[in-house]
Every structure is written in structure tokens, then in C-alpha cells.
Design a binder for this molecule. Sequence first.
Ligand code: ATR
Length: 284
Amino acid sequence: MNVFGTTTVLGVFGHPVSHSLSPLLHNAAIRALKIDYIYVPFHVLPCDLPGAISGVRALQIAGVNLTIPHKERVIELLDEVGEHAARIQSVNTVINRDGWLCGESTDGPGFMRSAEAEWGSLRGARVLLLGAGGAAKAVAYALAESGCEVTVANRTPERAEALVNGLNTVLGRQAVRSVAMTSENLSAEIGNADLLVNTTSVGMSPELESIPIDPELLHKGLLVYDLVYSPPRTRLMAEAEARGAKAVNGIGMLVHQGAISFQMWTGLEPPIMVMQEAALAAIQ
Ligand code: ATR
């Protein structure tokens, strides 16, 4: 890539950051659109986050993504936080508008766009969501806002309850509920569900044989969205497809959350296919 005195800098702050596929996705988009930008990974320790955010202003970096463990802690360092990000208390995208730093979250919208691109509207869908971490919060909120009925189940039930209470408070209604992860509960919930979403890390390389739910519970007619993308076909996806269900991995969410950030920074239509191919090539 060519870098000039005029080149606009974008980047990602993380700890660790070496695993991030975002530089690949964004630089592929930058090359495809032939624009004078570059996207750089920055290894930022938690104690250095305030300094790194000052650096965004000082170095006139046009925008950054935040990944683990900075998505929550960055909020107090910004000038403004979008409504959606404020509600889930998570920022993955910072936009630098002449030194005024605005935080947004594109994780939930990225999930919705990729799921609806795959399957059409999910309004009214009954969803069983596994996990209660940061990804679960963004996805559960986006699903509830889109008119889905969301049930959350997690290995540690207290985390699921805390997530559900927090979301219902910001949504101002009982939009989301939690159930304990017993086989009876899961069997009842999944039997009624249109969509199963795995936001846990179960099934991620190298734990290829791990699966977050008894495969016998998977059934035809179920849509399965596994946020895991490495391996690209998890055991959960394979078991679901073997029973006639439709399944996708997390590459779509990764690509779409990046594409929404890219559009926020550049104002340009992101080349989704180019970004998707870059992600696939890296994973395979
Ligand atoms: P993220 O921010 O990416 O969502 P996280 O906050 O570490 O990551 O959350 C990981 C999720 O995977 C949690 O829901 C976690 O369950 P706990 O809350 O009980 O820890 C879930 N998870 C991780 N390993 C798991 C395992 N072996 N079995 C079941 N759930 C697991």
C-alpha cells in the first residue's frame, strides 16, 4: 500500500490486537475503492488507553475501532456517545470530527444486517441466545430492538440475569428474559425457537469438538447463527445442518460491523464482497 503525507489514518486499539482481522478487512476495502487511507493495528495496554485516545486527537487519526478489553472503558474518554452505544455501554467505533470524538457501537447492527441479509426480516422471531458476555449484550439488544422475543441462557446464570435486567431497564419493557441452562429449559426453549444464536466461545479453534448445546435438540426449521468464525464451520453448524436446520458463522457479523464503521469514517459505500473475501481468505 502507498502511504503519503496526505494519507488519512484509521486503526484498531486492542490488547491483544495481533489476532484482529480488522486491518485486513479495512485495507482490502481501502484498496478496492482506491482512497488515500490506511488502517493500522495498535497494541494498547489498558493503562495506556487514555494516552492512546489523546493520541487520536493529537495525531488526527480519523477513526479507530476498539476491541478487547477497551469497549467499555473508552466511554469516559470520549466527547459524545451515540444512543445505541450508551444503552449497551459499549463502543467499538470512534469517529474523530475535528477533534470531537464520538463513540458508536456497530456490533449489534452488524449482526442484524448480516442475519437479515441471509434470512430476511427477523421481526417477531423467537430467539434463544447462548452466552452473556459483551457480544451477547450487543446482539440481544439489537434483536430486542428489532422486535424479536429474546431468551438468554448462560453457563453462569447470574451473568444472564444481570444482562437481561440491564437491557430491560434501558428498553423500558420486559423485552428479554433469562432461563437457567438446564437440559429441560433448553429443550423447551429451543423447541419454540425460530433462531438459535451462539455468542459463547464454545466451538472455537482449537476446541473443534465442543458444542454449546445438546445436538439432539437442534431441529429442522431452526436458524442457527454461530458468532464463532474460526473454524468457519463449527460443530454446532454441522450438527444443525445434519438435522435440516440452516446455519451461518460469524464472518457476516465481522464484515458488517466493519462495513458500518467504514461508512461512518469515510462516508462511502463499503465494498462488502471485497471485505468478505478478505475475511474468508484469512480464516481459511
Ligand atoms: P465476549 O465479550 O466475546 O462475549 P466474554 O465476555 O468472555 O466474551 O463471554 C464469553 C461467553 O462465553 C460467556 O457467556 C461465557 O460463559 P460464563 O459467563 O459462564 O463465563 C461463555 N463461555 C465461555 N466458555 C464456556 C464454556 N466452556 N461453556 C459454556 N459457556 C462458556
